[in-house]
Ligand binder design. Structure first.
Ligand code: C2E
Ligand code: MG
Ligand code: MG
Length: 584
């Protein structure tokens, strides 16, 4: 918690230099008549406004004022004559101040000897002119009041700027400011050797929890201080997130090994000292068309990689990493539009009883056909839909479509036909999952006994308590549960024994193995044996050859699914396929 919210320090380098001296307000008088300069300084001589004395700068033409403003920092107010070198010199200067010099905090008071030269209301508004006065109005009292109002406005704008652009804890620029500063530096084109980096403290959340937020804040402060001191003024340093710092500077100063070595010595906070490491993502691809914001994204991509595989070290961004991500983003966008334009559909793959050959069920499998007619495989887009949360809506849609299809199929005379629907873990963990499941049952009026949910083994073994509760709720609705891709995860037998499940689905890899002489179906037979012991039905997926089916049958596997029987079929194809098999 910060209690000193009123203490706002000015953060530019200049104010650090002048902090020993008394702070002053810097006023610039711009007027071609020397008399006006004299009268103004005389009127305001020795006065303090809002606790500070005034310091005057004098320019006698718009051109001179422009030059001065380029080099003189922190000018708070300009008292500006409208008519100087030419009729519009004053207003032109206003435009230069706002648009070219980008001095937006600076307050402007326009003055004119002739009332006829008052600027248009729009001009006053567009160029953020504080006040407009005729020179006769600028008596001592009026001048004092006008300047005070302008200074007060200036101070408020600066404070707002600080809140919007600086981090209060470290006094460093924040993310917005970092983007602005880096953009400016990139635009200037004068730093071709620059790199941009993001530095992220390792395990900061844990440190914060263990030592308390105050100590965490102090650590951040200590890190900020050291980085600033050691990297020096050539590097733009910003706090761009809770425990992340943005850096931009010349390659020579920002050598990653050197920057990371700054973390070797412990950080001293009050009576404590501690060692913390950090991980860095860097990009040096800053040329053409890459904005500061883009560069920051790239550095972040590199950082994420580093966090995964190289904690305490760094990863340099490469263009190929970016295209990976951009490719994913593109895919995600087209998935979104595929959902909207209903280019997703469902195919159904039959499941048979290995002993009798009778059809016992179908598995619903989602398909996405691109606009160009090509298919995107579910293994590619499901992880993306999961990461974006879209899987919740997609999964709900699949469930409903599958239930409706089941109604149609059962009407063909297959009263006990089972419908298997794959459920992603994101969907499964969604708080509304059970409710949606129930609503689908009610709306489609299917017999819950004919619906089966497939969850993968790895999902089933995660967070056992939660799984147990949720699976029990599913079971209470009357729905059965199959563990998909069984054999690929690492199930603990005791845990598996506890779960309310109906079926184990042997992963395709172990069925394929059956035709290879060497390892010879070892895992498939183990799974079947396990099923027998736990009293579960076992189904094998990916059966492509009759020989595989025969072996599985011998091993005691109950059901099978695979190209040998049928590929996944559209609803119409399935209907034909079923009709051909039905006894007429
Ligand atoms: P899965 O649930 O294990 O589905 C079985 C996959 O094996 C399907 O791939 C199916 O087309 C394929 N397959 C079936 N028989 C054979 C065969 O004999 N030979 C070969 N080589 N392959 C066979 P698909 O349709 O590409 O689906 C891949 C995965 O995507 C599925 O694996 C499932 O995990 C996921 N998926 C599909 N639809 C959905 C869905 O609606 N929701 C969720 N959450 N996941 C889905
Ligand atoms: Mg499946
Ligand atoms: Mg599977």
């Amino acid at each position: 918690m910060q209690t000193d919210s009123d203490t706002l320090h000015f953060l530019d380098d200049e104010s650090i230099d002048t902090s020993v001296k008394e702070a002053v307000w810097r006023l610039m008088v711009v007027d071609d008549e020397p008399d006006v300069h004299r009268a103004t300084t005389f009127a305001l001589a020795g006065i303090r406004i809002l606790g500070r004395p005034l310091q005057f700068l004098h320019a006698y033409s718009a051109a001179e004022a422009t030059t001065m403003l380029q080099s003189e920092p922190d000018v708070a107010v300009v008292l500006l004559d409208v008519v100087m070198e030419h009729e519009n010199a004053g207003l032109a200067l206003v435009k230069t101040i706002r648009q070219t010099l980008k001095l937006t905090d600076l307050r402007i008071i326009l003055r004119t000897g002739q009332p006829g030269y008052a600027p248009e209301i729009e001009t006053i508004h567009d160029f953020d002119i504080n006040d407009y006065k005729t020179k006769s109005e600028l008596t001592r009292t009026k001048l004092y009041a006008t300047v005070t109002a302008a200074l007060r406005a200036y101070e408020q704008i600066r404070k707002l700027d600080e809140l919007a652009f600086y981090d209060r804890l470290s006094s460093l620029p924040n993310r917005n400011k970092f983007v602005d500063l880096s953009e400016e530096r990139l635009r200037s084109g004068s730093y071709p050797d620059d790199v941009i980096a993001i530095l992220d403290l390792d395990d900061f959340a844990e440190i914060n929890d263990a030592l308390g937020h105050q100590q965490g804040d102090r650590l951040l402060q200590a890190v900020a201080d050291r980085l600033k001191l050691e990297l020096g003024p050539a590097v733009i340093l910003a706090r761009i997130g809770g425990d992340t710092f943005g850096l931009m500077g010349p390659r020579s100063v920002m050598d990653p090994a050197t920057v990371l070595s700054l973390f070797r010595k412990p950080f001293v906070m009050q009576d404590d000292s501690m060692v913390v490491t950090s991980t860095m993502g860097i990009t040096s691809i800053l040329g053409d068309g890459i904005s500061g914001r883009d560069a920051l994204k790239d550095a972040n991509i590199a950082l994420k990689r580093a966090k995964k595989s190289r904690r305490g070290g760094f990863v340099m961004f490469s263009a190929e990493m970016g295209s990976d991500i951009r490719e994913r983003v593109r895919l995600l966008q087209s998935l979104r539009s595929a959902v909207e334009s209903e280019r997703l559909f469902i195919v159904y793959q039959p499941q048979v009883n290995l002993g009798t050959g009778a059809v016992v069920g179908v598995e619903a499998l989602i398909r996405w056909r691109n606009e160009d007619g090509s298919f995107v495989p579910p293994d590619r887009f499901i992880p993306l839909a999961e990461a974006s949360g879209m899987i919740v809506a997609i999964g709900d849609w699949v469930l409903r479509m599958a239930c409706h299809e089941l109604v149609r199929l059962q009407a063909m005379g297959l009263a006990d036909l089972r419908m298997s629907v794959n459920v992603s873990q994101i969907q499964f963990r969604h708080p509304d999952f059970i409710e949606k499941l129930n609503a689908a049952l009610i709306d489609t009026r299917i017999n819950p006994k004919c619906l089966e949910l497939e969850i993968t083994e790895s999902v089933a073994m995660e967070d056992p308590g939660f799984m147990l509760d949720t699976l029990n709720l599913v079971r209470e609705l009357g729905i059965s549960i199959a563990i998909d891709d069984f054999g690929t995860g690492y199930s603990s037998l005791s845990h598996l024994r506890e779960l309310p499940i109906d079926r184990l689905k042997i992963d395709r890899a172990f069925v394929t193995e059956l035709s290879q002489r060497v390892s010879g179906g070892h895992i498939a037979s183990m799974v079947i044996e396990l099923g027998r012991n736990l009293n579960l039905t076992v189904i094998a997926e990916g059966i492509e050859e009759e020989a595989q089916a025969a072996t599985l049958r011998e091993m005691g596997c109950h059901e099978g699914q695979g190209y040998l029987y049928a590929k996944p079929l559209t609803a119409n194809q399935l209907k034909e396929w079923l009709e051909a098999r039905l006894p007429s």
